[in-house]
Each structure stands twice: as structure tokens, then as C-alpha cells.
Design a protein around this ligand. Structure first.
Ligand SMILES: *Cc1c(COP(=O)(O)O)cnc(C)c1O
Length: 381
């Protein structure tokens, strides 16, 4: 539980980051991934604050970027081994990435590879590429964060590979060094990763039969976190996650295995801290109106996602009667609602609230809708 005395002078809403927990999470991740010689890239899109990137970079992780500006942010923060994915890389972004000698482009279409080849040729450079392949594996997560099905826009489909290889022979300013997959996010059922491994093994055999030796396989990210029990399960089960890949993925001699994790590294170290503006009576429920809304945390409105909500101000007042509340923000949208029919101890104007597990995909998705001010980040050890 966040200590209300540590925060009660700070203007709300703000993003609270527990850097101690971030460090512990990274150590646990490194301990497990190093066992197998796995290379982990941090997905900057989950949280790209420099304070957080510094800690992650110092731990020796690589970077996974999905825009030219993320590539630049990773370069500024001295990340080595930058990979760059995304279905819509612009010419300018490709150019930026080539100029910065990134480790690998994860390419999502044949047309994109032709464009990278052309831009690289103008710079007299050879761009390293991996093919992002759509494995048609279901991640069993929310449909908006499922990315590895044929109906999704991501990756190159299996039936395109034969023709693609033919084409690659004529493109001398790109070099194929690997294959890449990313099936979705907030994956809590590890059997989805087992299905991915089995599919990757099949695909790798196909490349071997075409006499192509892949220097690396990048299996993406997507490991989920426990939004319901952020204190009990503050650190994800990296042990089972990496052990599963070690068990099921067939690795060829000298081949490197890469991962791209975002949420699992940063989600639990963040909370959105907000103050109660008003309590308002409704027909079937009472409304707690917070000073934070979908502008600071859009995930509930966007994916019906759950964030644990705690009243920090009455945490020590045991046995307060429970009441039913809808917890909402101040924005002029009915979807600006964090929770419906939540049973909470009696709440009053001025109470501090924590919306937990907001280290990933929260501050990075903030908007200035309704001309709101941008909420600040505050770091604690
Ligand atoms: C978003 C993304 C990731 C990270 O996903 P998490 O669920 O945060 O681990 C990894 N790879 C690619 C290509 C992505 O787009």
C-alpha cells in the first residue's frame, strides 16, 4: 500500500513510480533470462520516461521500438541492440533508423522491405532485417491487443514467404538475419507461448529446407501481469515464462533468441494517484468523481481493462461500512469510468486514491483532451 503521508503534499493527479520495485523486477528478469543466454529488449512504447529507461538500459537490456522517435529516444538513452517494428514505418523513420545503425528492422510487409532496400542503397549501407511473420496463433487476450492472427494487420503471412525469398535475392541492400513474432499483449495463459514455440519450430524447418540460416529468432513479448493482485504478484513469473521457451523452442547451433517485453517489466511499478473531487448520488449507485480521468489512464475506456482501485486515505480506518460506488473521471465522455459498482469503504471529498498497475500503457497514452494539463511523474525509491 502506498503511504499517503509520502504523497499528500503533491498536486494530483500524478504518476507514482516505485523505482525500487522496477530494479527488483529487472533483477528477477535478468536472473531467469541469463540462464539460457536469452537477449531481452525493452519495449519502449510501454513507458518511455528517461528515468525509467536509464535504469533499464543500465541493466543491459536492448530496446524494442515502434516509431522513429522511439528509436531516437533509445539512442539518446544509449541502448545497444535496437529493433524497430511497426506496420507503417515512414521513409523518414526508416532513414533515421539506418543512420543510427540499429540492430534489426522487424519488417511487416514485402513492400516495406523494398522501401528499406531503396533507402539503404541511397546511403550505401546494408540494413539488417528480420521478417515479422504472422504465425496465426491465438494469444487468448483482449481482441484489441491480439496481434498474431491472420485477421490482424501485423506481420507477413506464411503463404507469402516463398515469393518473398525470391524477391530478397534481388535486394542487395538488406540482409536477412532473423525472424520475428509478437502475438499480443497481457498474455496470462502461458500455453499461448507454447503454441507459438511449436509454430516457430515448423517455420524454422521451412527456412532450413530453403537453406537459410537464421542468426536469431525474436519471439516478441506479451507476458501479462496480475492487475487484480498487484502486491501479492508484484513481479511476474519470469521463471516459468523463460523455462517454457527453453523447453519447447528448437534452437539451432549459434542461434540467438530475443524477447521484447514491455508491460511485464514496468506495469507494477506505477500507480496513478488522484484525489476525490466530489461524491454524487446516482439512481442505483453513488459516483466517486476523481480528478484523474481517461486522459491520464485510457485503458479501461479502450479495452474494458481492470485496474485495482484503493482509497489511500481511509486505509487505516478499519470497519468503515462498505458502500457501492462507480468510480469515474471528470472528462465529458460516459466511457470515462474506471470501475462500476465497486464496494469501497465510505469515501469523502479530498481522499487520495491509487489506481494500481499503471506503469505500462498509461502515461504514454495520456492525452490533452478537454485541454487538460499533462499529469507529472514522481519517482520514489
Ligand atoms: C508492444 C510490443 C511489444 C511489447 O508488448 P508487451 O505486451 O508490453 O510485452 C513487443 N513487441 C512488439 C513488436 C510490440 O509491438
Amino acid at each position: 500500500m502506498i503511504d499517503v503521508y509520502k504523497i499528500n503534499k503533491l498536486p494530483t493527479p500524478f504518476y507514482y513510480y516505485d523505482l525500487g520495485l522496477l530494479r527488483k523486477t529487472i533483477s528477477a528478469l535478468k536472473a531467469e533470462s541469463d540462464k539460457y543466454g536469452y537477449r531481452v529488449h525493452y519495449a519502449l512504447k510501454a513507458n518511455s520516461n528517461n528515468e525509467i529507461l536509464t535504469i533499464i538500459q543500465q541493466a543491459g537490456l536492448g530496446a524494442d521500438c515502434v516509431s522513429g522517435n522511439e528509436v531516437l529516444r533509445a539512442v539518446e538513452n544509449k541502448f545497444s541492440e535496437i529493433v524497430f517494428a511497426g506496420v507503417g514505418k515512414t521513409d523518414e523513420e526508416i532513414s533515421t533508423a539506418i543512420d543510427n545503425n540499429i540492430f534489426c528492422f522487424n519488417c511487416e510487409s514485402v513492400q516495406e522491405i523494398v522501401v528499406i532496400n531503396k533507402i539503404a542503397s541511397e546511403k550505401r549501407k546494408v540494413a539488417p532485417i528480420a521478417l515479422r511473420i504472422n504465425p496465426n496463433v491465438n494469444a487468448n487476450t483482449h481482441k484489441y491487443i491480439t496481434t498474431g492472427l491472420e485477421e490482424n494487420k501485423f506481420g507477413i503471412n506464411l503463404w507469402e514467404l516463398e515469393e518473398l525469398l525470391e524477391k530478397l535475392k534481388r535486394l542487395s541492400f538488406v540482409k536477412l538475419i532473423g525472424i520475428h513474432f509478437h502475438i499480443g499483449s497481457q498474455i496470462t495463459d502461458l500455453s499461448a507461448f507454447k503454441s507459438l514455440c511449436l509454430k516457430v519450430n515448423e517455420i524454422q524447418s521451412w527456412f532450413v529446407s530453403h537453406k537459410i540460416n537464421l542468426e536469431h529468432i525474436n519471439v516478441g513479448g506479451g507476458l501479462g501481469v496480475d492487475y487484480h493482485k498487484p502486491d501479492e504478484n508484484a513481479i511476474p513469473d519470469f521463471k516459468s515464462y523463460f523455462a517454457l521457451f527453453n523447453q519447447f523452442l528448437e534452437v539451432r547451433p549459434g542461434q540467438k533468441i530475443h524477447f521484447e517485453l514491455g508491460r511485464a517489466i514496468v506495469a507494477q511499478c506505477g500507480s496513478l494517484i488522484s484525489k476525490v473531487l466530489y461524491i454524487k448520488n446516482g439512481i442505483n449507485t453513488n459516483f466517486i468523481i476523481l480528478d484523474a480521468g481517461m486522459t491520464e489512464l485510457i485503458r479501461p475506456a479502450l479495452y474494458q481493462s481492470y485496474h485495482k482501485i484503493e482509497n489511500l486515505s481511509n486505509a487505516n480506518e478499519a470497519q468503515l461500512p462498505l458502500q457501492r460506488y462507480d468510480v469515474v473521471g471528470p472528462i465529458c465522455e460516459s466511457s470515462d469510468c474506471f470501475a462500476k459498482a465497486l464496494m469501497l469503504p465510505e469515501t469523502k471529498r479530498g481522499d487520495y486514491f491509487a489506481l494500481r498497475t499503471t506503469g505500462a500503457y498509461s502515461e504514454v497514452m495520456a492525452s490533452q483532451y478537454n485541454l487538460r494539463n499533462k499529469a507529472k511523474a514522481v519517482y520514489f525509491e
